[in-house]
Design a protein around this ligand. Structure first.
Ligand code: MRU
Length: 356
C-alpha cells in the first residue's frame, strides 16, 4: 500500500537484514529500521515497533532467519524460537509462524538451512498478502450489498489497527474497505482511537489517509451513540486469536463495540486469515491475555508547538493504572467471519466448513 505515494510493505528482507517500518514513530515520523539479530526482532515485537497479529508472525519468521545468520546451530535456533514465541502472548500467529518455520528447520544441519529459512519466511509473507487480498474480495461483497440497499456512503466502524500496517499488505479489516474504495463505492470509516496506544488514530487513520479513504477518528466511547443515530452501517474488526467455536480475541474494547452493535442491529464482522485460528483452545478463559506496562496509559506522546515529539504524564502521579491489551467477544455477537476462503458463521460448523 501507499505512503506518500510510494508503495511499501511492512517488512522486507534485503542483504541479510530485515527492514521494518517503525510503527512506534508513526504517524509523526516515518522511519525504516534495520533488524540484524534475533534480539532485534524480539525487541521490535515487544516494544511494538511491529505489531498486529500477522505482522508479528512474519517478524518472528524472519527472526529465525536472523538467528541462523548469527549462529547456525540447532540449540541456538531452538532457544531463539522459544524467545520469539514468548515475546507477545496473545496473537496466535506468532506461535503459528515459529512452529511452521521450525518444522522446516529442526534437524537441518547443512548449508542449505539458511536458504530453506529464507524461502519459508518469504512463503509466510506472500501467503499473508494473498490471504489478506482474498479477505478483501470476500468482504467487498458485503459492503457492495449494503451500498446497493443504502444508495449512499457506507459508514464502517473499526477498532484498533487491523490495517495493512498490522499485516504485510492490504490488512484484514481494512482490506474489504480498500477494495470497495478502489471499486468506486463510497465508504467512510469511523476509526476508534483505541486507547491506550491509539493504534486507531495513529495507524488506521494514517494509513486510510495515505490511501485517500475518508475517515474520522472517534474517542473509544463514541461508537455507541453513532450506532443509535444510524451513523454506522457495519463494523469490521480484526482478531489476534479466534477460537474454533468462533469466539474472537481482539484489542481491548472490541467486546463493548460488539455489544453496542448487537443492541442496535448493526452487523459486526471479524476479518481474519486462517493463521489466526486457534484450533486447540476450547475455552476463551484459557487465552493468554497480555497485560502491558501501565505507563502506556499514564503517558502520551505527541508533537509540541515546535514540532518536537514530547512524552507527558497525564494521570495523577500517585494513581495506579491497569493495562489489559485484549478482550474476547463471544461468537454470539459476531455476524460473520470474513476469511481468505469465504465468509462463514462464527462457529465450529462455520469454520470447519471452510477449513477442514
Ligand atoms: O496490540 P496490537 O496493536 O498488536 O493489536 C492489534 C490488534 O488487536 C489487531 O486488531 C489484530 O492484531 C488483527 S491485525 C490484522
Amino acid at each position: 500500500m501507499q505512503i506518500n505515494g510510494k508503495t511499501y510493505r511492512t517488512i522486507w528482507f534485503e542483504n541479510n537484514i530485515v527492514k521494518i517500518i517503525d510503527q512506534t514513530r508513526l504517524p509523526h515520523r516515518f522511519v525504516i529500521k534495520d533488524l540484524k539479530t534475533t534480539k532485534d526482532s524480539i525487541n521490535a515485537i515487544k516494544t511494538m515497533e511491529v505489531r498486529g497479529a500477522p505482522l508479528i508472525g512474519a517478524t518472528a519468521a524472519y527472526g529465525l532467519v536472523l538467528s541462523i545468520i548469527e549462529n547456525n546451530d540447532q540449540s541456538f535456533l531452538k532457544k531463539s524460537s522459544e524467545d520469539l514465541i514468548a515475546s507477545r502472548p496473545t496473537a496466535i500467529n506468532l506461535k503459528w509462524a515459529v512452529d511452521r518455520m521450525m518444522k522446516k528447520l529442526s534437524g537441518v544441519n547443512n548449508n542449505e538451512i539458511l536458504k530453506i529459512a529464507i524461502d519459508e519466511a518469504k512463503a509466510i509473507v506472500e501467503e499473508d498478502v494473498d490471504f489478506c487480498k482474498n479477505i478483501g474480495l470476500n468482504g467487498l461483497k458485503i459492503i457492495e450489498e449494503i451500498a446497493k440497499k443504502k444508495k449512499d456512503t457506507v459508514n464502517i466502524l473499526t477498532h484498533c489497527n487491523a490495517g495493512w500496517l498490522a499485516t504485510i499488505d492490504w490488512g484484514t479489516a481494512t482490506s474489504p474497505i480498500y477494495h470497495a474504495h478502489k471499486k468506486g463505492i463510497k465508504v467512510h470509516v469511523w476509526a476508534d482511537e483505541t486507547r491506550p496506544r491509539n493504534q486507531g488514530a495513529n495507524l488506521t487513520s494514517y494509513e486510510l489517509n495515505e490511501e485517500g479513504v475518508p475517515n474520522t477518528i472517534i474517542a473509544d466511547n463514541t461508537g455507541g451513540i453513532l450506532m443509535q443515530r444510524n451513523q454506522v452501517d457495519m463494523c469490521i474488526v480484526g482478531t489476534d486469536r479466534t477460537l474454533s467455536n468462533g469466539d474472537v480475541c481482539n484489542k481491548i474494547g472490541t467486546y463493548l463495540k460488539a455489544l453496542a452493535a448487537k443492541d442496535n442491529n448493526i452487523p459486526f464482522y471479524v476479518a481474519l486469515p486462517s493463521s489466526t485460528i486457534d484450533w486447540n483452545i476450547k475455552d476463551h478463559k484459557d487465552i493468554p491475555i497480555e497485560e502491558r506496562n501501565s505507563e502506556e496509559l499514564s503517558y502520551v506522546e505527541g508533537l509540541d508547538k515546535n514540532n518536537k515529539l514530547q512524552k507527558v504524564l497525564i494521570y495523577p502521579q500517585k494513581s495506579k493504572a491497569m493495562n489489559l491489551a485484549f478482550d474476547v467477544t463471544p461468537a454470539k455477537y459476531v455476524t460473520g467471519l470474513i476469511t481468505e476462503k469465504g465468509v462463514c458463521e462464527a462457529s465450529e460448523k462455520g469454520l470447519k466448513g471452510l477449513f477442514k
